[in-house]
Design a protein around this ligand. Structure first.
Ligand code: MN
Length: 272
């Protein structure tokens, strides 16, 4: 009968540690598909796809490690959500990486109305993508960590989010579901600069719904990175949805959402 000897256990633990390191390195550096077997990638019984977002002007894709989202980051939106924007420190939640739905500019992408909700809301947001990590990143250095920007939607099952909030339960089911993170391609900060101001708007069926300026963020992107890095070590591949302005609202099947940030191509989805 096979017996696990201490040396074997140690070897197994070391292998597990190496695999973890290999997986982390794979996430950070691999531009290749998840099915690769080179460079210490472990054999697996099945493959799980990684998540990538196209990079404009490059044949490389941006590998997504984590999706962070800041809550209530525009004063008027904080008020409409029933909180006090003057007292609240920034807070963050996450969406699963595979919530990403890539949306090519110039096309209207079908976005499925999700299950369980009767009040499905749009939130247009600037998304910052990091290519450098760190802990306790000072605000003055934070933008050095931003590789690129995109236009994104933090789609929300508002009824479920509110119900969970009312019961002091996690927001997960309202925020972190399949395809809840439509996003356009990333534009390199080295090419287009950093976003601290500029128009941000969203239309439904051609009618303006959200309309604000990025300079109305309570916590700007640099401050978000700094704050977030106090809670979690950040890594290349992390992306941050930087909050939505006021006048979030519902969509139904058949509606077309078009959204815009000055300096980025518009993003359009049709709710199906
Ligand atoms: Mn949001």
């Amino acid at each position: 009968m096979p017996e696990i000897k201490p040396t074997n256990r140690r070897t197994a633990l070391q292998s597990a540690a190496l695999m973890t390191v290999g997986a982390a390195i794979g996430t950070v550096t691999s531009g290749c598909a998840s099915t690769g077997t080179a460079g210490g990638t472990p054999k697996t019984p099945f493959t799980v796809p990684d998540t990538f977002v196209p990079i404009v002007g490059s044949d490389m894709m941006f590998p997504v490690r984590r999706i962070y989202c800041i809550g209530r980051n525009y004063r008027a939106h904080a008020i409409e959500m029933g909180s006090n924007p003057d007292r609240e420190p920034p807070f963050f939640f996450q969406k699963p990486t595979d919530a990403i739905q890539n949306c090519a500019p110039g096309s209207v992408v079908d976005h499925p109305y999700p299950s369980l909700t009767k009040n499905y809301h749009y939130e247009v947001e600037l998304v910052a993508a990091l290519n450098k990590g760190g802990r306790d990143i000072p605000v003055e250095k934070a933008l050095e960590h931003v590789y690129a920007y995109a236009l994104g939607l933090d789609m929300t099952r508002r009824d479920l989010q509110r119900a969970m909030g009312d019961e002091k339960k996690p927001w997960e089911i309202g925020k972190s579901f399949d395809r809840s993170a439509p996003i356009g391609p990333f534009h390199l900060a080295s090419a287009i600069g950093h976003f601290t101001k500029g128009g941000i708007w969203l239309k439904v069926n051609g009618a303006i719904k959200q309309n604000s300026d990025l300079n109305k963020m309570i916590w700007n992107v640099a401050e978000q990175i700094s704050k977030l890095s106090q809670a979690n070590e950040l890594f290349p591949g992390d992306i941050i949805y930087s909050g939505t302005p006021e006048n979030v609202g519902p969509v139904v099947r058949g509606d077309v959402i078009e959204c815009h940030i000055d300096g980025l191509p518009n993003l359009s989805v049709k709710i199906v």
